[in-house]
Structure formats: structure tokens, C-alpha cells
Design a protein around this ligand. Structure first.
Ligand SMILES: CC(C)(COP(=O)(O)OP(=O)(O)OC[C@H]1O[C@@H](n2cnc3c(N)ncnc32)[C@H](O)[C@@H]1OP(=O)(O)O)[C@@H](O)C(=O)NCCC(=O)NCCS
Length: 150
């Protein structure tokens, strides 16, 4: 598996995977393009045998002089799941955040998204707060991890 920065030419494939992963709340093609272009965002793809199997988008926010990383989305195509793609994408994003001096990474997940919650817990994320009504029908869970160099 190879992890690399997403290119504008990848946008169509990323959009295809996004629609496969999320029926509601999917990012639009235009949003994906703007994240790839945005200098404060990091968009990475995982390639398996030359095919894009999944991607992750993260962004660094600064408040009161402090930087925090945020996972905007993580998507793995159905046929590539449960092979470590999600874990490797998240690890790669965390490494980039660390290189940029970011000490914390935040993310949100639906309370019923067992695969995502398991992945995040396994990766060391801890639950911070319950987000009532965050996804309309189901509440969200905000999680945080203290990033440390290995
Ligand atoms: C969540 C998602 C990114 C995981 O990607 P993945 O490549 O399949 O995950 P990995 O193979 O790296 O799994 C790592 C760990 O996560 C957990 N996990 C992943 N899928 C799981 C599942 N279906 N059921 C239970 N635990 C799961 C396991 O602990 C797994 O470790 P293990 O395989 O050694 O048991 C993927 O299921 C996905 O794209 N889902 C749709 C989009 C989505 O919900 N994104 C997250 C939004 S918050």
C-alpha cells in the first residue's frame, strides 16, 4: 500500500468513494476539490495495486495561538475494508500534523458507526463529549487524541 498526497486528478475517484461511504452527509465533488486545493488542509490517498482504495482529509485550525488537527473525513472503498487502509491513512495524517507542530487531533463520529468508533479507539482516541443532534437522527461523539512522536 502506498500513501501519497491527493491530486486534483484524483477528485472524481475520491467523490466516487465518498458516495459509496456516505449516503447522507457526503461531501460534494466541489468540496473535495477545494480541500485538495486548500493549503491548510491535508488530503491523502491510499493506493493498492495502483487503485485508490481510500482517502483521508484533515485540516489544522488555530485558536488563541494554538493549533489543533481535525479529521474532516476518512473513507475506505467497501472492497478494500478491514485490511488496514483506514488505520494507515489516519497514522499518516497524524504524522503530518505532528510535523506541523500539532499536539492534538479531534474528530467526530456517529454514535452508531461501530467500525469508525472501533478504529478510533484502537488508535488511541478518547471520547470527549456527546453531540446531541449532530447528525440529525443520531448523536455524534467528539473524540480527541494527544499526538506524540513514535
Ligand atoms: C471506518 C473505516 C474508515 C475503517 O476503514 P478500514 O480500512 O476498514 O479499517 P482498518 O482495516 O484499518 O481497521 C482498523 C480497526 O478498526 C476497527 N474496525 C474497522 N472496521 C470494523 C468493522 N466493520 N467492525 C468492527 N471494527 C472495525 C477494528 O478494530 C480494526 O482492527 P482489526 O481489523 O485488527 O480488528 C471504513 O469502514 C469506512 O470507510 N467506513 C465508511 C466511512 C466512515 O464511516 N468513515 C468514518 C466517519 S466518522
Amino acid at each position: 500500500m502506498k500513501i501519497r498526497r491527493a491530486l486534483l486528478d484524483d477528485a472524481e475517484r475520491l467523490y466516487e468513494i465518498e458516495k459509496e461511504c456516505f449516503t447522507f452527509e457526503a461531501l460534494s465533488r466541489e468540496q473535495i476539490v477545494s480541500f485538495i486545493r486548500d493549503k491548510d488542509s491535508t488530503a491523502l490517498v491510499a493506493q493498492v495495486n495502483g487503485e485508490i482504495a481510500g482517502f483521508i482529509i484533515g485540516k489544522i485550525y488555530t485558536a488563541n495561538g494554538k493549533h489543533a488537527g481535525h479529521v474532516i473525513t476518512i473513507d475506505v472503498a467497501v472492497k478494500h475494508r478491514r485490511k488496514g487502509v483506514g488505520k494507515q491513512l489516519l497514522e499518516a495524517l497524524e504524522r503530518i500534523f505532528l510535523e506541523k507542530g500539532v499536539k492534538f487531533c479531534y474528530l467526530e463520529a456517529r454514535a452508531d458507526n461501530i467500525s469508525a468508533l472501533n478504529l478510533y479507539r484502537k488508535m488511541g482516541y478518547v471520547e470527549l463529549e456527546k453531540l446531541e443532534g449532530y447528525y440529525g437522527d443520531v448523536h455524534g461523539i467528539r473524540m480527541r487524541k494527544n499526538l506524540r512522536a513514535p
